[in-house]
Write a protein that binds this ligand. Structure first.
Ligand code: NAD
Ligand code: ZN
Length: 358
């Protein structure tokens, strides 16, 4: 088959590799119908994730059709259309039992991390993928849900909901601020409205992304570029505070992954509020605990467990969520290199998510 293979920092190729083979009775082989690219794949290509080694097929998001199924898989059969979850879970370890499969102790004997596709085992940017623990790691698709909607349920929509909205304890009436309006920030914004906030304020540097944020459910947008200040007499902080009762936001969600944006979140929070960090950080962040302790602020972190994929899928099937609108560009599998080029130049191409289909 053909697959997108990582060959060390800065090196990738769409090339022939052996077809995946069944290794355990709990496995399935899935023919990929649609896949996509995540910011994490770009991090891997920069060499930021050293656990990914030369020869690894990348990708942890996929929608496809089962072509082979192990004898121990009970709930699925050959021909089923499925979502491949970014998290692989054994279903029987202590973390799986406490609904935290992001730390599954044994997806393939790889110890303590549920994200293994395109990381520790071959991933979904390929014509076929082997899926371990298929019963727990695949979601059967009802008819009527498009590949382009379903692909957003592999990773970004559960991430925004679980790590942003649920960890941030969003309640009806809350004023929430989301820093970063990329695919993950927009997933936070889209799922925020399940909990009835009174205001959803999107903050970003990119005017195009802020415009898009309004179509995903943001009620207000604030451009935090220092230069944007000239068009308004207020800086970003004062603009956000003016959208609250003056005390700050109830929930601030970080969806970028740099010290500055985490700091922005803690500076906006009202006493008793919550800061939910979703961004993946590579550098240490200064925590101003001397200011925060007296404000009764709750701070949360997390790696997606994708335990809400089934719930989100029901909402998509009923037309209550329309995640297909993340797709800005479409490619065929053999245009994988062009898809990477377009996605990696998002500021120029205005790419949000690319759909790559067979
Ligand atoms: P992205 O890079 O596409 O989007 C980030 C957005 O932040 C961009 O729109 C950018 O313009 C904006 N931004 C950058 N600097 C800013 C600043 N100083 N002020 C305001 N906005 C700024 O990334 P994404 O794919 O949306 O992912 C967001 C983060 O979520 C990443 O760090 C990613 O690794 C992380 N992530 C976490 C999990 C998890 O389980 N916790 C899962 C998936 C992704
Ligand atoms: Zn487990």
């Amino acid at each position: 088959m053909k697959a997108l293979v990582y060959h060390g920092p800065g090196q990738k190729a769409w090339e022939s590799v052996p077809d995946p083979r069944m290794q355990a009775p709990t496995d399935a082989i899935v023919r990929i119908d649609t896949t996509t690219i995540c910011g994490t794949d770009l991090h891997i290509l920069k060499g930021d994730v050293p656990a990914v080694t030369d020869g690894r097929v990348l990708g942890h998001e996929g929608v496809g059709t089962i072509t082979e199924i192990g004898t121990a898989v009970k709930g699925l059969k050959v021909g089923d259309r499925v979502i491949v979850s970014c998290i692989t879970s054994c279903g029987s370890c202590s973390y799986c039992h406490q609904q935290l499969p992001s730390h599954c102790l044994d997806p393939e004997g790889t110890s303590g991390i549920g994200w293994i596709f395109g990381h520790l085992i071959d991933g979904t940017q390929a014509e076929f993928v082997r899926v371990p623990f298929a019963d727990n790691s695949l979601h059967k698709l009802p008819g009527g849900v498009s590949d382009e909607a379903a692909i957003m349920l592999s990773d970004i929509l559960p991430t925004g909901f679980e790590i942003g909205i649920r960890n941030g304890r969003v309640k009806p009436g809350d004023v929430i601020a989301v820093v970063g309006a990329g695919p993950v920030g927009l997933s936070v914004i889209m799922t925020a409205n399940l909990y009835g906030p009174s205001r959803v304020i999107a903050i970003d540097l990119d005017e195009n992304r802020l415009k898009l944020a309004r179509t995903f459910g943001a009620t207000d947008t604030v451009n935090s570029t220092p230069a944007a200040r000239t068009s308004s007499s207020l800086g970003w902080h004062d603009q956000v505070m003016a959208l609250t009762d003056g005390l700050g936001v109830d929930v601030a969600i970080e969806a970028v992954g740099i010290p500055q944006t985490f700091d922005m979140c803690t500076s906006l929070i009202r006493p008793g509020g919550s800061v939910a960090n979703v961004g993946v950080h590579g550098k240490s962040v200064e925590l101003k605990l001397q200011e925060l302790w007296i404000k009764d602020v709750n701070i949360s972190t997390g790696l997606v467990s994708a335990t809400t994929t089934g719930m989100l899928l029901k909402l998509v099937a009923q037309g209550k969520l329309s995640p297909e609108k993340f797709v800005t560009h479409r490619f065929k599998l053999d245009q994988m290199m062009e898809a990477y080029d377009t996605f990696s130049r998002a500021a120029e191409t205005h790419a949000m998510k690319v759909a790559i289909s067979r």
